[in-house]
Design a protein around this ligand. Structure first.
Ligand SMILES: Cc1cc2nc3c(=O)[nH]c(=O)nc-3n(C[C@H](O)[C@H](O)[C@H](O)COP(=O)(O)OP(=O)(O)OC[C@H]3O[C@@H](n4cnc5c(N)ncnc54)[C@H](O)[C@@H]3O)c2cc1C
Length: 602
C-alpha cells in the first residue's frame, strides 16, 4: 500500500503524535523479495563468514577482502545503489535488512561491509555529479573497487570539522593538492577510492573529495600499519597520509565548504545501518547462549532451568526484539518519505538525502540503543557461558569485543545522545515538530487535579499505550522545563541532555516494540503472539524504570522548591502503572520459549 503524507510521521513527531499500529512496518511485513534477500545474505554468512571465524580473529585481512569481493559478485554491495549505476536499486528497508543479516558472522566483515556500502559509497550516490556517479559508483557497487571514508584525524574526532588536512588549488585551477593525516580509516588496507575531507584556505567548513588510490601509483598516499584493536580484528584500520596528493577539481564532492554537511548526512545513514548491523549479531549471541544454557548442567540441572539464567535469556531476547521493531519502523518511514519526495518531483538523489535527514533523530536514537543492547547482550552471553565465556575458544569473547566499537564510531554515543535531543529542540524551534503546545498542556495537567477514575484496561496493550503517553509527557515536562530554565545555554548542560536523551530513546524503543506486537496480535491472534506480548511488556517495564530514574535526576538538577515538588509528583504519576505487570512471569514465559526452540525465534 502506498503511504501518503498523512500516514507518515515526520522525524521526531513520534513524541507528540500517536501512531496507529497499522502504520508501522515490522519484520513480519517483509515482502517476498526482502525475504529472499534475507535468505541469500544468511546463506552467504553461513557459507563464507561463520566457518572462517578463526581466520578473521587471526587478522586475516585478505580473507575480509576476498569475502567483500564475493559479496560484490552476489550484488550485496549494490543493494542501495540505483540500477543506473550498476546496483540493485532496492529500497531503504532492503538496504537496512542486508546490513542486519550480514552482521552475525563477525564484526570484522560487518564493519568492512558497512564502511564500504555506507560511508564509502553513499557520499557519491547522495552528493556526486552525474559524471562522478557514472565513473565511480558502478565500480563500488560491484566490488571491483572498495571505498573508505577519511574524516577522522589525530586532532579531529568528534569535532570532525576541525581537521587540519588541507586542499590547495593549483595555479592553473585544474587540480587540488591534498596534505594531511587521517586516522582510524576502515578498509584503508584494500580500498581503491577514498572520500577525503580537507580544508581549502581558511574556510569555516571542510570540503569533500573523491580520491583514487592505486598502490602501484600512490600519488603521495601512504598507509600506516594496521592498528592493533580490541575487536573487529580483520577489519583493516590504518592511518592514511597525504603528501601532495593531486586530485582533479572535478573530484570535489558537492561544493566548496560542503564537506561537513556531507560528512554529517553520510553519518545519519550510517547510524541506522549500524544499528541494523548489531541486530543479527544480537540474535546469534542469544541463540548461542541458549544453546549452551540448554546443554550445560550444574547441580544436576540444566543451567537454562535456573531463574537467574532465564532472566538473562528473557532480557536478551526482549532487547533484540525491541531493536528490530524500532529499526524497521524507522527504515520504512525513511523509505516512504523518499518515495513521497520522488512523487513530488525530487530526483532520487535529493529524495534520499532529505528522506534520511528527516529522520536524523531516530537514526541517532537507534545507533545508541542498539549498540548498547548488543554489548549488554554479549556481556550476559559471556556470563551464561561462565568461565568458558572468558575463553577465546568460545564465540562470546569475540562477540563482546566486536560489539564494543559500535558505541564509538559513527559518532560516539555521547555525541549521538546530545544530538538526538538537540535536533529535536531545533525542529521545535523551526516549527517542524510542535513541542511547545504539548509541553504547555503537560504543565497545565501538572497544576490540575489528577483523575481518580479507574480506566478500563482490558483491551490488549491499553494500559501500556497509556503508559507510553505518560512517558512522552515526562519527556515534555523535563525537556520543556530545562529549555525554559536554560534557553540557548541548555547545550552546556550535558548531563541533563544525556538524561533527556535516555528518556527519548526508551520511549521510541518501547513504543516500537508495542506497536509491532499490537499489529501482529491483530492479524495473527493474541495467543500466537503471547511471547512477543510478554517481550513488549517487559521492555516497557524496564523503560519506565529508566525514565523514572533519569527524570528524577533531571528534575532535581534544574528545578527547586515548589516547582521541583510539583514535577516530582508529576513524574510519579507518569511512571505509575495501574496494574503492575508480573515481570518474573513475563521473563519466564519468554525464556521457556527460547529454551524450547533452542534459539532466538521471533
Ligand atoms: C575501529 C575504528 C574504525 C573507525 N573507522 C573510521 C572510518 O572509517 N573513517 C573515519 O573517518 N573515522 C573512523 N573512526 C573514527 C571514529 O569515528 C572516532 O574514533 C570517533 O568519532 C570518536 O573520535 P575520537 O576517537 O577522536 O574520540 P574523541 O572525540 O576524542 O572523544 C573521546 C571521548 O570524549 C567524548 N566527547 C568528545 N567530544 C565531546 C563533547 N562535545 N561533549 C561530550 N563528550 C565529548 C566522546 O564521546 C568520547 O567519549 C574509526 C574508529 C575506530 C576505533
Amino acid at each position: 500500500m502506498e503511504a501518503t503524507e498523512k500516514d507518515i510521521l515526520r522525524g521526531g513527531q513520534f513524541l507528540v503524535k500517536e501512531t496507529n499500529c497499522e502504520d508501522v512496518f515490522t519484520p513480519e511485513d517483509f515482502s517476498e523479495e526482502q525475504n529472499m534477500m534475507k535468505e541469500a545474505v544468511m546463506e552467504f554468512n553461513d557459507r563464507e563468514i561463520i566457518p572462517n571465524k578463526n581466520r578473521f580473529e587471526a587478522k586475516d585481512y585478505a580473507l575480509t577482502e576476498e569475502c567483500m569481493r564475493k559479496a560484490g559478485e552476489l550484488g550485496f554491495l549494490g543493494v542501495a545503489v540505483p540500477e543506473a549505476y550498476g546496483g540493485l536499486g532496492m529500497g531503504f528497508v532492503s538496504t537496512v535488512l542486508t546490513c542486519d543479516y550480514i552482521s552475525s558472522g563477525t564484526g570484522s566483515f560487518s564493519t568492512a561491509f558497512g564502511a564500504h556500502t555506507g560511508i564509502g559509497t553513499m557520499p557519491i550516490t547522495l552528493y556526486g555529479t552525474e559524471e562522478q556517479k557514472q565513473k565511480y559508483v558502478p565500480k563500488l557497487a560491484t566490488g571491483e573497487w572498495f571505498g573508505s571514508y577519511c574524516l577522522t584525524e589525530p586532532g579531529a574526532g568528534s569535532d570532525a570539522n576541525s581537521g587540519k588536512t588541507t586542499a590547495e588549488l593549483s595555479a592553473d585551477g585544474k587540480t587540488y593538492k591534498i596534505n594531511g593525516q587521517k586516522m582510524w580509516i576502515s578498509n584503508a588496507g584494500f580500498c581503491r577510492l577514498m572520500i577525503v575531507f580537507a580544508r581549502i584556505e581558511d574556510d569555516k567548513n571542510i570540503t569533500g573529495f573523491i580520491v583514487e588510490y592505486d598502490p602501484e601509483n600512490p600519488n603521495g598516499i601512504t598507509l600506516g600499519e594496521e592498528e592493533h584493536k580490541l575487536g573487529i580484528h580483520a577489519s583493516s584500520t590504518r592511518q592514511v597520509f597525504f603528501n601532495d596528493t593531486v586530485v582533479p577539481v572535478e573530484n570535489m564532492l558537492a561544493g566548496r565548504g560542503e564537506g561537513f554537511k556531507i560528512a554529517m548526512n553520510a553519518l545519519n545513514v550510517g547510524r541506522i545501518k549500524l544499528a541494523a548491523a548489531c541486530l543479527d549479531s544480537q540474535r546469534r549471541i542469544t541463540t548461542t547462549a541458549v544453546e549452551y544454557a540448554n546443554e550445560r548442567k550444574q547441580f544436576k540441572t540444566r543451567i537454562s532451568d535456573f531463574g537467574a539464567i532465564k532472566k538473562k535469556l528473557a532480557e536478551m531476547s526482549a532487547s533484540a526484539y525491541a531493536g528490530e521493531s524500532a529499526t524497521y519502523r524507522a527504515s520504512k518511514n525513511i523509505e516512504d518519505r523518499i518515495a513521497l519526495r520522488e512523487a513530488a518531483g525530487n530526483s532520487h538523489q535529493e529524495a534520499e538525502l532529505k528522506g534520511v535527514e528527516e529522520y536524523a533523530i531516530e537514526c541517532s536514537i537507534l545507533k545508541v540503543a542498539v549498540s548498547e543492547d548488543v554489548q549488554n547482550c554479549a556481556d550476559e552471553g559471556i556470563q551464561i557461558f561462565g568461565g568458558m565465556g572468558f575463553s577465546k575458544e568460545t564465540p562470546m569473547e569475540a562477540a563482546w569485543r566486536d560489539a564494543r566499537i559500535a558505541r564509538i564510531y559513527e559518532g560516539t554515543n555521547e555525541i549521538n545522545r546530545m544530538l538526538s535531543v538537540g535536533m529535536l529542540v531545533k525542529k521545535a524551534m523551526k516549527g517542524h515538530v510542535d513541542l511547545l503546545g504539548p509541553a504547555q498542556a503537560v504543565q497545565e495537567e501538572l497544576m490540575g487535579i489528577p483523575s481518580f477514575e479507574t480506566p478500563d484496561y482490558s483491551e490488549l496493550f491499553s494500559e501500556e499505550k497509556e503508559m507510553i503517553k505518560k512517558l512522552k509527557k515526562t519527556f515534555l515536562m523535563v525537556a520543556g522545563g530545562a529549555v525554559q530554565k536554560f534557553g540557548p545555554d541548555l547545550e552546556g548542560h550535558q548531563q541533563l541532555l544525556v538524561a533527556a536523551a535516555d528518556i527519548l530513546i526508551e520511549i521510541y524503543m518501547a513504543e516500537s516494540a508495542i506497536l509491532r506486537t499490537e499489529k501482529n496480535a491483530k492479524r495473527f491472534g493474541e495467543k500466537e503472539q503471547s511471547v512477543q506480548i510478554a517481550m513488549a511488556k517487559l521492555y516497557l517495564y524496564n523503560a519506565v524504570n529508566i525514565v523514572e530514574d533519569k527524570g528524577k535526576e533531571s528534575i532535581i538538577s534544574f528545578a527547586e522548591g515548589d516547582e521541583q515538588r510539583m514535577m516530582l509528583m508529576g513524574l510519579k504519576r507518569f511512571t505509575k502503572y495501574q496494574n503492575y505487570p508480573d515481570i518474573v512471569d513475563l521473563r519466564n514465559e519468554i525464556a521457556e520459549k527460547v529454551k524450547a526452540e533452542n534459539k532466538y525465534c521471533f
